[in-house]
Design a protein around this ligand. Structure first.
Ligand code: TYC
Length: 115
């Protein structure tokens, strides 16, 4: 690199006295919290209850009692909320749960819905 700070190759960057024009815009002050998405398990007739409880413990941080409660809600009502997350995290959970279910050849369905 041979050019010095007085080079004329890039006047906008290097001309003294113009650095104010290059300043970063002020930081945004009105940050909105990210939209949340519900991750939902759907009932089916084939996935074992124990497997659903395992999924809720491993991927949604539930203890055995909490996981059993959600599993039974899905079993009796058809669907249940596992948790609420920003979009990218919710999508990752859906993909992880679906992959784990297919690996064990269970038809378990997991979806996300905006709150
Ligand atoms: N209905 C399933 C059974 O009787 C249990 C089950 C619960 C399946 C929750 C899916 O998301 C589910 N084995």
């Amino acid at each position: 690199m041979t050019s010095s700070s007085t080079s004329t190759k890039n006047p906008a960057r290097l001309t003294p006295g113009r650095h104010d024009e290059l300043a970063l815009a002020p930081a945004k002050t009105k940050l909105k919290p990210p939209s949340l998405y519900k991750v939902i398990l759907l009932n089916d007739d084939y996935t074992p209850m124990d497997f659903v409880v395992h999924i809720l413990q491993v991927f949604f941080g539930k203890n055995k009692e909490q996981a059993t409660r959600v599993m039974l809600q899905v079993h009796t009502e058809g669907r249940g909320v596992c948790g609420k997350y920003p979009a990218d995290i919710a999508a990752t959970k859906v993909a992880q749960v679906t992959a784990e279910a297919r690996k064990h050849q269970h038809p378990l369905q997991c979806v996300m819905e905006e709150e």
